[in-house]
Write a protein that binds this ligand. Sequence first.
Ligand code: XMP
Length: 309
Amino acid sequence: MFDAEKFIEEAKAQITNQVKEGRTIIGLSGGVDSSVAAVLGHSVLSDRLVAVFVDHGFMRKGEEEEIIKVFQERLGMNLRVVKAQERFFEALKGTEDPEKKRKIVGKVFIEVFEEEAKRVDAKYLMQGTIAPDWIESSGGIKSHHNVAGLPSGMVLELVEPLRDLYKDEVRIVARALGLPENISERMPFPGPGLAVRIIGEVTPERVKIVKEANAIVEEEIKKAGLMPWQAFAVLFRDKSVGVKGDIRDYGHTIAIRAVESVDAMTAVAMDIPWGVLKTIQRRITGEIAGVTRVLYDVTDKPPATIEFE
Ligand code: XMP
C-alpha cells in the first residue's frame, strides 16, 4: 500500500540533500505532476524555487487564472507567468504538419524557459518526471541523465522528486498535500495543448473556437458525474455544410473525444450517455458562432491514438 505521508517526508529530505544553494526553476503547467513537484519543492526551498508558467496561448479556458489563484495566491509560491502567445502564433504561422507544430511549440517553449532560467540564475531544474516517463514500455530502462543542458550551454542539475511514482500515486500525493480537486484530478493535457487539437494551421480564431468547445465538453462531462481519463474537443480542418435559416452554409466541425485508460498506452472510447452528448452538441452549436456540426469519436486506441494529431 502506497504511503503518501512517508513519500512526502522522503521526497522533502531528498530535495534538502540535493539542493545545496542557489535557485531552482520548474516549469509549471498546472498538470498534476509538475504541480506536485512544485509544491514539494516549495515546501523545502520556499522562494528559492521559481515556478515558471509559460502561457503559449494553447491552454484550456481559465487555466492561467486557476494556476495563479492556486500557486501564487493560495500557496504563496514564487511564480512567474510569461505571456508568450504572440511568439508562439508567429512561429506557428502557416504550419500544418502535426509533428512540425509540436517541434515549433517545443522549441519556442525552451527559448522562453531558458530566458527565465538565465534571468533568475538557476542552478537546478526541477521536473515532475514520473516512472512511465523514463521506463521504456519494453521494461528496459533508459540511460540515466542527471544534468540538463539548455541550448545556450547553461547546465542545470536535475531534481526529480517523483521519479519512482505512477500517475495514481501522484494523485494520492496531490490529495495528501491538500491540492484542490481541479489539480489533483486534472486530466492529462498535451504539452503543445490546443495546438494539437486544431487539425491544420493554428490561428487565434481557431484557438478560440476549440477552447470554448473544450470548456463545454469538460463542463458537461463533469456535470454528468463522468470520470474519463481524458475528454476534449478537436477542431477539424475542413468545414462541412450546414444550414443557417433556410440557406446552406459552410461551418466548422468539432469532434468530441472521451476515453477511459489507465496509462494512455491503450484506451477505450467512453460510453457517454446519449443525452449528455446531445447537450454538448446543442451547447457547442448554439454558443459558438460558425460551428455547424459535432461528431463523437467511437474509436479505441489502438487503432486510433488518443489525440487526433
Ligand atoms: P496519443 O495521442 O499518442 O496520446 O494516444 C497518449 C497520451 O499522450 C498525450 N500526448 C502528448 N503529451 N505532448 C505531450 O506532452 C504531446 O505532443 C502529446 N501528444 C499526445 C495525450 O494527451 C495522451 O494523454
